[in-house]
Design a protein around this ligand. Structure first.
Ligand SMILES: Cc1cc2nc3c(=O)[nH]c(=O)nc-3n(C[C@H](O)[C@H](O)[C@H](O)COP(=O)(O)OP(=O)(O)OC[C@H]3O[C@@H](n4cnc5c(N)ncnc54)[C@H](O)[C@@H]3O)c2cc1C
Length: 470
């Protein structure tokens, strides 16, 4: 591998031969602002290269691969373990590739058996969630996304993509109907069925994803907002809400597809039990009835739920999240929130350390979702209905980090000690550290296929920073 000084020299030469591609080193005025990532602001890359076209990406990857210069790929910078930037390593910053084209009459989506989509959108590999939703909204469309606008859409979707709308339309990973990558030889490749299958779950292991085509849906008005429940006694509120929610789901009528409820416990400023409510059907009257039902599952003290749009919902959620922070995430996925699990959640969230960034939240993949069924066109394997728990041990005040980390680890261990049959064999890759990744569990029967795909497409492991660690 090239040493640092010669790498910097090569990058300066490259920059002078390619004046249209922005190359920044630590002395560049914009460097500090552009290097900032969500949970690891301490990481200082060697250089940041910012292509603005697919052709530029091709030029950059050919240069880096030929010179054997290691690099990471950065879009939204929201990987909790900081894997889009490495200390003293070149970062390929994709954020200038943020185009969106809506294809209103896509035959691909219309022919799909698993979705009611009528359209697709072709999007740049570096687009952020908020920008995507904003542009889609101006065309009358939306697509499933997570809760934070600054998260990169591609990084979110390729490894799973939990969020509101998943009961109705499926997870992010199942929206992907096409992809273009720049491979290790610097070639632009249109993904065939095998590569698409690999990208749907193992993400950037095979190249830089310069473009995705995803399903989009006619959604304009929605109901969304936060419901806050009485939280002086979480050991009552959390089990009470969850047993009533399970009963509602099991009732003959069941939960409607358009309903999404996302539980969280936030320091506001003491641990407060909240539910992010989203109703995504145009029949808002029915949505209001479901809002009233959810509000009665445990004593409700306030609600901000109102008529809004997918864009408004994201903008609102953004106010609750830190822009940068310090710390890590612990994840565990459970089939159900049993009484035992609800008790552990209540016990640990009641003693949540008091930094405002710390929170516990969860996503749910409901049985009715198009993603909750075996899918041989994807290597994402958590297809059984489940809850994905996120213990965010992130802090504003670094002095509180050790206490927060110890609390998070104990919390996750306590959840691990609950009934083993209820714990999902597959955990969420996006939030796991390298040493926690057991490939045979994460990818299950797809692992030999993936390993062969990796050997064929990236034999020298140029894309070794991808979080699937193949
Ligand atoms: C505040 C916050 C909220 C979140 N909310 C949710 C949520 O609601 N649902 C959910 O499922 N997850 C959520 N996540 C997890 C998030 O979706 C993943 O960490 C995702 O990978 C972040 O993507 P990014 O582009 O922002 O991050 P980055 O750190 O830039 O990238 C993440 C990974 O993807 C790779 N990558 C990014 N773009 C490309 C590309 N174009 N080609 C190849 N590889 C690429 C990077 O190399 C890196 O390995 C959240 C994370 C945070 C910090």
């Amino acid at each position: 591998m090239a040493n640092q000084e010669s790498t910097i020299r090569s990058i300066h030469d490259f920059a002078s031969q390619n004046p249209n591609i922005t190359c920044l080193t630590s002395s560049s005025p914009q460097f500090n602002q552009l290097r900032s990532i969500y949970a690891h602001p301490e990481i200082i890359p060697l250089a940041i290269i910012r292509p603005s076209t697919v052709k530029d990406v091709q030029t950059v990857v050919s240069f880096l691969a030929t010179k054997r210069i290691e690099f990471t790929i950065r879009s939204g910078g929201h990987d909790m373990h900081g894997r889009s930037m490495r200390q003293e390593t070149v970062a390929l910053d994709m954020r200038l590739i943020n185009n969106v084209t809506v294809n209103p009459h896509s035959s691909e989506a219309a022919g799909s058996e698993t979705s009611t989509a009528t359209a697709t959108a072709t999007i740049g590999g570096g687009i952020l969630t908020g920008d995507l939703i904003s542009t889609l909204h101006s065309h009358g469309y939306a697509t499933p996304v997570g809760s934070v606008p600054a998260v990169g859409y591609v990084g979110w979707a390729m490894y799973g993509g939990y969020g509101a709308y998943s009961a109705q339309f499926g997870l992010g990973v199942d929206q992907i109907v096409g992809a273009r990558i720049v491979n290790a030889r610097g070639e632009i490749v249109e993904a065939d069925q095998d590569l698409l299958k690999g990208i749907r779950g193992a993400g950037g292991a095979f190249g830089v994803v310069v473009e995705l085509t995803v399903r989009v849906y006619k959604i304009q008005k929605i109901l969304a907002g936060m419901i806050m429940f009485e939280s002086t006694d979480l050991s009552t509120a959390i089990p009470q809400y969850n047993s009533a929610y399970a009963a509602l789901a099991a009732a003959e009528e069941g939960l409607p597809l358009a309903l999404s409820v996302h539980q969280g416990i936030l320091n506001a400023p003491t641990p407060t039990f909240t539910v992010l409510f989203v109703w995504s059907s145009s029949n808002l009257d029915v949505g209001y009835k479901w809002l009233e039902k959810i509000k009665t599952l445990s004593p409700c003290i306030a609600s901000t739920v109102q008529e809004t749009t997918p864009r408004g919902c994201l903008e609102d959620a953004d106010r609750h999240f830190a822009k940068t922070t310090h710390g890590r995430m612990w994840t565990i996925s459970m089939k159900q929130i049993t009484e035992e699990v609800a008790r552990v959640i209540a016990q640990y969230t009641a003693k949540m350390p008091d930094d405002p960034h710390i929170l516990f939240d969860m996503h749910q993949l409901r049985a009715c979702s198009p993603s909750a069924r075996p899918n041989n066109d994807s290597v994402f394997s958590a297809r059984e209905p489940h809850f994905e728990f996120e213990i965010n041990t992130i802090v504003e005040d670094q002095g509180k980090l050790q206490v927060a980390l110890a609390w998070g680890e104990d919390f996750r261990e306590a959840l691990r000690r609950t009934s083993a049959e209820n714990i999902m064999p597959v955990q969420y890759l996006s939030f796991m550290r390298e040493e926690e990744v057991d490939h045979s569990r994460i990818f299950g029967e797809h692992l030999p296929f993936l390993q062969e795909l990796k050997r064929n497409l990236d034999p020298d492991n140029v894309f070794n920073a991808a979080i699937s660690y193949l």
